[in-house]
Design a protein around this ligand. Structure first.
Ligand SMILES: CC(=O)c1cc(-c2ccccn2)c2ncccn12
Length: 121
């Protein structure tokens, strides 16, 4: 009937979804929620060869693209680095990217995850 069956989530997916929603919450101005378009950022696609955004990452989690937490974090770092390459340091986007990267590294820090009872002590 074309109904999409609800796939059971793997343990890694549950961990990545928990981390992902915590990172999404840090993106309060939603600068990283969707792909950056050439309309809002002139010449973006000429400067940034591998774009990344939080919605694309959510799909990657659902489609089992990530096989580990470090692999997921590589895309967070790519997304923030793109913003720090395209935008000048004095812009809100550059500053937001730097802040989001630091917040993400804190969220995924092993001790922090252990204390959130998401990983074995
Ligand atoms: C992430 C990024 O580089 C970005 C997000 C945005 C953005 C995202 C949502 C709403 C408005 N602007 C943006 N605008 C101009 C130049 C760069 N950006």
């Amino acid at each position: 009937h074309g109904r999409k069956l609800k796939q059971d989530k793997t343990t890694l997916q549950k961990l990545l979804e928990y981390i992902h929603q915590a990172i999404e919450k840090k993106d309060t101005q939603k600068f990283f929620a969707w792909p950056v378009t050439d309309q809002i950022a002139p010449g973006y696609s000429l400067v940034i060869s591998q774009p990344m955004d939080l919605n694309s990452m959510k799909h990657n989690i659902e489609n089992h693209i990530y096989s580990s937490l470090p692999q997921y974090m590589e895309d967070i770092q790519l997304m923030c680095r793109n913003a720090m390459v395209y935008n000048r340091p004095e812009t809100v986007y550059y500053k937001a990217a730097k802040k989001l990267l630091h917040a993400s590294l804190k969220i995924t820090n092993a001790d922090k995850l252990r204390s959130s009872h998401l990983m074995l002590p």
